[in-house]
Design a protein around this ligand. Structure first.
Ligand SMILES: Cc1cc2nc3c(=O)[nH]c(=O)nc-3n(C[C@H](O)[C@H](O)[C@H](O)COP(=O)(O)OP(=O)(O)OC[C@H]3O[C@@H](n4cnc5c(N)ncnc54)[C@H](O)[C@@H]3O)c2cc1C
Length: 247
């Protein structure tokens, strides 16, 4: 049985239209970067729960989630309406296997996100151990417009701290943005722009790829990786990419 504990919202950020993050306090059990919790609210007498990845690294005292308001969804608009001081339900035990201890060693780690899936990588990238395992860490973030490229400050700190060890590769699909790639992840991979911007080849020999976000991106990029001779990583059959689907 899932054990629920009460959390209290400490801070809310409204990044841009429909994009929010909440920082909250709740005595959850220790988690590993890349894991998720489940959040819930009582809606019409029923506890409605959904999974959300932690954005904060495990050592932070405040927990954080980053989400978009799905207007027709039952929970996310209500989470977006919470204010500091409000309570929410949180599962005591974190969950999930989208963590670095589940992936094999490789020279480079590509972290590919659509939308709010950026958050899970911010937890991983702000964990010191991550930087000891890979030569290069590449964060690819695909959004529609540049105002959806949240967490600039946090990413700037990573760039300043890790220099050439870290590559941030934002991609906007619906508008041109100076110095940034335009299009969908698949297109930038297929026509070579992504690797050109990174200054690195993405091969089965030198890379592991993490894919997180919407199902369409995960499906099409997985197929593109397979056509490069890469295969999905499984515990019993080590491979080259790992996925987590949000919707
Ligand atoms: C392991 C896991 C981790 C997740 N972590 C996050 C996270 O960190 N941040 C986050 O924003 N979401 C995350 N999600 C999705 C989240 O759990 C909810 O589904 C989402 O917030 C919408 O909730 P809802 O109750 O309003 O609508 P739901 O009833 O969950 O969904 C309503 C409809 O919206 C679609 N949908 C769900 N999520 C999105 C989305 N983000 N954008 C567009 N359409 C969507 C669903 O496919 C469905 O058709 C995660 C999902 C999983 C499985």
């Amino acid at each position: 049985m899932e054990q629920w504990i009460e959390g209290t919202v400490v801070e809310k950020r409204h990044w841009s239209n429909g994009l929010y993050s909440l920082r909250f306090q709740a005595p959850v059990e220790p988690f590993r970067a890349g894991q998720f919790t489940r959040l819930a609210l009582e809606i019409d007498g029923e506890r409605v729960a959904r999974p959300y990845s932690f954005v904060n690294p495990p050592h932070d005292s405040l927990l954080e989630v980053y989400f978009n308001e799905v207007l027709e969804g039952p929970l996310s608009p209500r989470l977006a309406a919470l204010q500091p001081g409000d309570n929410l339900w949180v599962t005591a035990r974190p969950n999930g296997f989208f963590t670095l201890d589940q992936i094999p060693d490789s020279e480079n780690l590509w972290m590919i996100a659509t939308g709010t899936a950026l958050g899970v990588y911010l937890s991983i990238l702000r964990t010191e151990k991550t930087w000891q395992r890979f030569r290069r860490l590449l964060l690819v973030h695909n959004v529609r417009t540049r105002e959806q490229l949240s967490y600039n400050e946090e990413i700037t700190v990573l760039q300043a701290t890790y220099g050439d060890h870290f590559h941030y590769l934002p991609i906007t699909s619906r508008e041109e943005s100076a110095g940034r790639l335009r299009g969908r992840i698949l297109a930038t991979l297929e026509d070579g722009r992504l690797e050109q911007q990174a200054g690195l080849k993405l091969t089965a020999d030198n890379s592991h790829v993490m894919l997180c976000g919407n199902m369409g991106m995960i499906r099409e990029v997985s197929e593109a990786l397979e056509s490069r001779g890469m295969r999905k990583h499984r515990k019993k059959e080590p491979g080259h990419f790992t996925t987590e689907k949000y919707h």
